[in-house]
Design a protein around this ligand. Structure first.
Ligand code: COA
Ligand code: AMP
Length: 635
């Protein structure tokens, strides 16, 4: 297939193209309209279509004779478990979980929060919500109670589904006390909780409010699929913005289902009956799209992995599972491969396994750095495909579309725009930039199916964050350029969002927490480069003159405070005290300049700087504390 023609059709004959793609999924009522614009000026996909996403992902395959085919393989090196679930079994389980939710009063349109570790019931609970038209919001297990509380207050869930504990390497993390604390902090109170009790740690239950998950599910009558409109919300997934309040990304049912099926066909080139493995977590968008919905909608077997790339038990764990489950397509974050490479640089463990089933490895979550790309190409001999996307879009904006036409890989580029995404680079004035000129990476409206229609209960923030800067365009928040061959290079965020081990975090939020400490006069949190995690947060603090504690004591306090408020996943471990922060004459802290100093990159001293000597002071402090790439330089 010719990429250029295929891509052009998706833009120039949008209605026809996406109308045909919609025919690949099963609808209760097939849509007559493909794309409409509402009174608010928001685009809607397949507005008059009626469907059910759980039906597509589960029931449909059972109906079509795939009931005894594996739908999900739970591979958990941390509990020494491998358990396969057929489509029949998934249907049975999901229908009963849906029944349990109904028995607790959950109806179409209600919200349900899922705060669970990587147990298959996390996926089944998501599908159960979809089945009855309830809107799920999965909260990543690594977030602290405060983060969960913010999401409870915003999503207002009727029911929360959680578990007694998660397992991080050899550590057991009790989830229930975190949930209880979040419920104490939140203003909104759900009607009930369903707690999945794991045998390694049982949670204390509140009578009449906490329900034993297994008990209520086993007692419940199966619930049938409920018809929903294509534009009804399937889920909310909160992601980091630039402030302490995360953004509730909304996903619809119809556009999402079409996009999931389309991406399996044309981006991943994987088909019914094949094995697809995205090694991520259901708490992230990768988990939503490519552990749960897309592989099941496409009739694949999804591998559901509860472990890490290393130390569970060793850096050969991915290769072992690929051989054991005959994985065809594998997808994870580059940071996971950097962790493997650090421990097994010659890939000795890979030699023990037969990975011949594997066709392609996809990476995303952060830019794939060339050394990792080369290493992977060398050790596996497989195509390594970097693709760029975001929670907001739910699927890739730029990729090498393996089901259309495979292009040679260029290091540092995610290749070309995916069908439906008109990617352009704009300058500050909104003018389109030519090849090789770096600027704001934007997507001309309308976005293709599957992307966010708005933010949960917050149209104003949706417009302000994404639509207002350049009218007619969606602002991705990333900077980058397109080369003369049409390859897109994403160079990093243009806002206060950082990427630590493939996890998206807000430095703005960390700053809000740090500045709340009584001893802090002012502060900045910036993301600096890190060989293993991609980026890591660094706090720079200026103490009040009357601060009573030592600076070391305050630095330790702040690390503990951010961990308690955001969670361990923030990886906020480095804080340094400085005498002053560099600012413009109008008082704006020069965060980008400090980042460039820490990363040892060349930069222009801003002409608006108040006192350039502060930059030298910052550099000296970083070097003396051995922080950042700058400290590794030979002076
Ligand atoms: N529940 C509770 N705590 C969690 C958690 C969870 N689900 N996930 C992470 N954490 C904790 C970790 O235990 C760690 O705590 P610590 O500071 O006490 O050690 C902290 O959060 C940071 O975790 P992480 O950044 O994941 O570091 P790690 O050392 O545990 O693992 C990697 C490093 C590279 C193996 C891991 O980050 C990884 O697999 N990353 C890939 C991410 C990914 O899939 N992203 C999705 C895009 S594809
Ligand atoms: P998330 O919403 O958590 O998926 O994070 C999205 C952000 O991660 C993007 O806006 C990018 O900054 C970054 N990102 C994800 N994938 C890539 C990639 N392949 N190349 C470069 N940056 C990426």
């Amino acid at each position: 297939m010719n990429y250029h023609n295929f891509y052009q059709q998706s833009i120039l004959t949008r209605g026809k193209f996406w109308g045909r793609k919609a025919a690949k999924i099963a609808w209760y009522k097939a849509p007559k309209t493909v794309l409409t614009l509402d009174k608010k000026g928001y685009y809607k996909w397949y507005e008059d279509g009626v469907l059910n996403t759980c039906y597509l992902a589960v029931d449909r395959h059972v109906k079509e004779g795939m009931g005894d085919h594996d739908a999900l393989i739970y591979d958990s090196p941390v509990t020494n478990t491998i358990r396969k679930y057929t489509y029949d079994e998934v249907l049975d389980r999901v229908s009963k979980i849906a029944g349990a939710l109904v028995s607790l009063g959950v109806q179409k349109g209600d919200t349900v929060i899922i705060y669970m570790p990587m147990v298959p019931d996390a996926a089944f609970s998501m599908l159960a919500c979809a089945r009855i038209g309830a809107v799920h919001s999965v909260v990543f297990g690594g977030f602290a109670p405060h983060e969960l509380a913010i999401r409870i207050d915003d999503a207002k869930p009727k029911v929360i589904i959680s578990a007694s504990c998660g397992i991080e390497f050899e550590k057991i993390i009790p989830y229930k006390p975190l949930l209880d604390q979040a419920l104490k902090e939140a203003t909104f109170k759900p009607d009930a909780c369903m707690i999945y009790q794991r045998h390694m740690l049982k949670a204390d239950m509140k009578k009449g409010f906490d329900h034993d998950y297994e008990e209520i599910v086993s007692k419940s009558a199966p619930a049938a699929c409920v018809k929903v409109k294509a534009t009804d919300p399937l889920y909310i997934l909160y992601t980091s913005g630039t402030t302490g309040k995360p953004k509730g990304i909304v996903r619809d049912n119809g556009g999402h289902a079409v996009a999931m099926q389309f991406s399996m066909d044309y981006v991943y080139n994987v088909h019914k009956g094949e094995v697809f493995w995205a090694a991520s977590d259901v708490g992230w968008v990768v988990g939503h799209s490519y552990i749960v919905y897309a592989p099941l909608i496409a009739g694949c077997t999804t591998v559901f992995f509860e472990g890490k790339p290393v130390r569970t038990p060793d850096p050969g764990t991915f290769w072992r599972a690929i051989e054991q489950h005959k994985v065809n397509i594998f997808f994870t974050a580059p940071t996971a491969f950097r962790a493997i490479r650090k421990e097994d640089p010659n890939a000795d463990l890979l030699k023990k396994y037969d990975i011949s089933s594997l066709r392609t490895i996809f990476v995303a979550g952060e830019r794939c750095d060339p050394p990792t790309l080369r290493w992977l190409q060398e050790i596996t001999g497989k195509p390594i495909i970097d693709h760029w996307w975001q929670t907001e879009t739910g699927w890739s904006i730029v990729a090498n579309m393996m089901g259309v036409e495979q292009f040679p890989v260029k290091e540092g580029s995610a290749t070309k725009p995916v069908s439906g995404f008109e990617v352009e680079i704009l300058d500050e004035a909104g003018e389109k930039l030519g090849p090789n000129h770096e600027g704001y990476v934007c997507v001309k409206l309308p976005l293709p199916p599957g992307c966010l229609p708005t933010l949960w209960n917050d149209d104003e923030r949706f417009e302000d964050s994404y639509m207002d800067k350049f009218p007619g365009y969606y602002l991705t928040g990333d900077g980058g350029y397109i080369d003369p061959d049409g390859y897109v290079f994403i160079m990093g965020r243009i806002d206060d969002v950082i990427n630590v081990s493939g996890h998206r975090l807000s430095t703005g939020e960390m700053e809000e927490i740090v500045s709340g400490h009584e001893a802090i006069a002012e502060c900045a949190v910036i993301g600096i480069e890190d060989e293993l995690t991609g980026q890591k947060p660094l706090g720079l603090i200026v103490l009040k003159d009357n601060a009573e504690q030592s600076s070391e004591g305050i630095e330790k306090d702040l690390v503990a405070l951010v961990r308690a408020k955001v969670g361990a996943v923030a990886s906020f471990k480095t804080v340094v005290t400085v005498k002053r922060l560099p600012k413009t004459r109008s008082g704006k802290i020069l965060r980008k300049t400090m980042r460039m100093i820490a990363d040892d990159k060349s930069f222009q001293v801003p002409s608006t700087i108040d006192d350039p000597a502060i930059l030298e002071e910052i550099k000296e402090i970083l070097v003396s504390h051995k922080i950042g790439l700058v400290s590794k330089k030979q002076f």
